[in-house]
Design a protein around this ligand. Structure first.
Ligand code: OGA
Ligand code: NI
Length: 393
């Protein structure tokens, strides 16, 4: 499949760093060479040369907008990795937080519901969570407006630096991904708010204001849920907050364009989230799937709900009592899909290890500083739960 001979505007640091203009040709793709690099946990890592992915770094939306009927090979999943038939399950845990926000009796009932959801699924949806619907609507509109901006504007934020506190990108880590994901994203830190806010996009005009408000409200909700999770493990309610030295918070605006061959690609490959919990807002388009008992289940969107999933640090802290679920996103041929995950985590310098109160016998995981855990995952890419598995004793 021929790709357009295209480079982005000079404002993109990626193109500026490529010494001569190169079109992305079939032969360049076939002669792909990898430079070996050292990665934190994964010695056999590789790095793709930047010129080999031009102009795919401009993103999936750019590819689709240029009129495309077949997906380029680099997006095609192996036969085993392709989206297959999924179970549709109506009995996913949906927790109503409304009453528990004000009554201690209702709170105790909610703690046992959370325990059950964490043991059986590792994820649940929350409704009546207190984040105003109008703010959710505003967040979704600024996110859509951002992805609809011209390339030149979005590429101002493009970076392949995985440690960058804010970057626009595509797939997951294009210098590493063997198969690209059908996803464009803006990903940025939310803390400390007063400092980071000035790095966020200045277009759309209300982005900073809406996102500051949204990320603050969602952070407060996350703190409440982490208290309930602490209690569900028979620990004091502030246990996780203390063990993690407060929190880090990163959010993403994921955009999954409609795809001409959705059965061949994935919006995001199977993975578990590295942090403590993620609160994900989906739009009305189905696409998120969660692994349960070795089968994929599609999580039907409930308007104004959040999908909460446990991350690896809760699995580590709980010494394997709770598991971070693997999940992935699929795409479809008729509609774009957007999701906004807010990923909470321990503070970056926290050393995370199993809670001694929960260890009977020996701990199941080695300790690791959260910053290093994240760096390893970002560098090594999305492959199921490889970072967690590497820490297993
Ligand atoms: C993620 C993720 C799923 C989705 O960004 O980590 O799992 O539905 N996204 O977008
Ligand atoms: Ni995820």
């Amino acid at each position: 499949m021929a790709l357009p001979n295209q480079r982005c505007s000079n404002s993109c640091s990626f193109c500026k760093n490529v010494s001569k203009c190169l079109s992305y040709t079939e032969s360049a793709r076939n002669s792909r060479k990898y430079i070996k690099t050292q990665c934190y946990l994964k010695p056999k890592s590789y790095q793709r040369k930047t010129m080999e992915i031009l102009p795919l770094h401009l993103g999936v939306k750019n590819l689709v907008d240029s009129g495309l009927h077949k997906v380029p090979d680099i997006y095609i999943q192996s036969k085993e990795g392709r989206p297959n038939a999924v179970h549709r399950e109506e009995s996913f845990p949906v927790l109503d937080l409304g009453a528990a926000l004000n009554s201690s009796k209702a709170r105790a009932a909610l703690v046992s519901q959370i325990r059950e959801a964490c043991v059986n699924w590792g994820f649940f949806q929350v409704i009546n969570h207190g984040v105003p619907h109008s703010l959710v609507d505003e967040m979704q509109s600024v996110a859509r407006e951002f992805h609809a901006l011209p390339n030149e504007e979005k590429m101002r934020y493009f970076s392949t630096d995985i440690e960058s506190r804010m970057r626009y990108g595509t797939s997951f880590n294009i210098t590493q991904d063997k198969v690209f994901s059908w996803r464009d994203f803006l990903r940025h830190s939310c803390l400390p708010l007063s400092e980071i806010q000035n790095l966020w996009p200045d277009k759309p005009g209300s982005y900073r204001k809406v996102t500051a408000n949204y990320s603050t409200r969602v952070r407060n909700l996350a703190k409440f849920i982490l208290e309930l999770i602490s209690e569900s493990l028979d620990l004091p309610k502030d246990y996780i907050d203390k063990a993690f030295n407060g929190c880090s918070q990163v959010m993403a605006l994921n955009f999954y364009p409609a795809c001409p061959e959705p059965d061949l690609v994935l919006g995001i490959a199977p993975h578990s989230d590295p942090g403590s919990i993620t609160l994900l807002l989906q739009d009305h388009v189905e696409g998120l799937q969660v692994m349960h008992g070795n089968e994929w289940y599609s999580v039907k969107p409930i308007p104004y709900s959040f999908v909460v999933n446990l991350g690896d640090q809760i699995q580590i802290l709980s010494n394997d009592k709770y598991k971070s679920p693997e999940h992935r996103a699929v795409v479809n041929s008729s509609e774009d899909r957007m999701s906004i995950p807010v990923a909470m985590g321990p503070s970056w310098e926290s050393l995370v290890l199993p809670a001694s109160e929960l260890v009977e016998g020996s701990p199941v995981f080695k300790p690791m500083v959260y910053r290093d855990y994240m760096a390893a995952m970002q560098a090594g890419g999305l492959h199921r739960k490889w970072v967690l598995d590497a820490l297993r004793i």
